[in-house]
Design a protein around this ligand. Structure first.
Ligand code: ADP
Ligand code: ADP
Length: 232
């Protein structure tokens, strides 16, 4: 479903050159919950952002359903981004907008008719357990509730891939478990492939099928969670 072929990403910070990704080869199969784990600065976020081209690989190819997304035209990229939802560590909600409007945002941008927006947003809020909070503002919600809004927004365009960037790292352990269980439900019930990055091994153990361990821009180990973590 997603294939990285010899992907590199180099940032230029003034005079400093950072090799954030250093020859990544990785395949994520349809329907998997695939975790990428590693310390801060390993390149996890850069890797994730290459799937929706929030970051563009410096060299290499990223194939999604067999298509090299780095070659997409503007219109194709717009289309592509609708099939890839993203969830962030700090939720990235618009504080001046209601919960409803936050979830509606990607649909408004996609010019979905208003009646359809209303229907879909209320279904999504129902699904994440926040239908009664539609008219609230993000400031009035707990961290876990904010992330549920973030997840509902990510699902609004009915994506086939969900990217999660440290989605539970700002949450307490109990809330983390609830959000991870929601992600699992999304994966199993909606058949959405999930690619998540985290610095927390416990997150990988709790929901991932496969894992890649990253260090300094490289994948140093990958496979099923069982195989990778049962190695002596
Ligand atoms: P991780 O998600 O594992 O913490 P990142 O992909 O965020 O790793 O970062 C990898 C390296 O790239 C780090 O050294 C980081 O400072 C650098 N980096 C990330 N994003 C940028 C950017 N937009 N500009 C410059 N350097 C960046
Ligand atoms: P704008 O782009 O004008 O700021 P919003 O982002 O606030 O609009 O809202 C996007 C869409 O969602 C609009 O069609 C708006 O009418 C609708 N909407 C916003 N909040 C609610 C709500 N609580 N219940 C029903 N519809 C809403």
């Amino acid at each position: 479903m997603i294939t990285f072929e010899n992907v590199t990403k180099t940032y230029h910070n003034g005079k400093q050159i950072v090799h954030a990704l250093n020859g990544i080869d990785l395949t994520i199969e349809r329907g998997e919950i695939f975790g990428v784990v590693g310390f801060s600065g390993a390149g996890k976020s850069s890797l994730l952002r290459c799937v929706n081209l929030l970051e563009r690989p410096t060299t290499g190819r990223v194939l999604v359903e067999g298509q090299d997304i780095t070659q997409f035209s503007k219109a194709e990229l717009r289309q592509h981004r609708r099939r890839v939802g993203m969830v962030f560590q700090h939720f990235n909600l618009l504080n001046s907008k209601t919960v409803f409007a936050n979830v509606a945002e990607p649909l408004v941008i996609a010019k979905v008719p208003n009646a359809e927006i209303r229907k879909r947003v209320m279904e999504l809020l129902e699904f994440v357990g926040l239908a009664d909070k539609a008219n609230h503002y993000p400031d009035q919600l707990s961290g876990g509730q904010k992330q549920r809004v973030g997840i509902a927004r990510a699902l609004a365009t009915r994506p086939s891939i969900l990217l999660c960037d440290e989605a539970t790292s700002a949450l307490d352990p109990q809330t983390t478990s609830a959000i991870l269980s929601l992600l699992k439900t999304i994966n199993r019930e909606y058949r959405i492939t999930i690619l998540l990055v985290t610095h927390e091994m416990s997150v990988i153990r709790e929901i991932c099928d496969k894992v890649a361990v990253m260090e300094r821009g490289k994948v140093i180990e990958s496979g099923s969670v069982f195989d990778v973590f049962s190695n002596p």
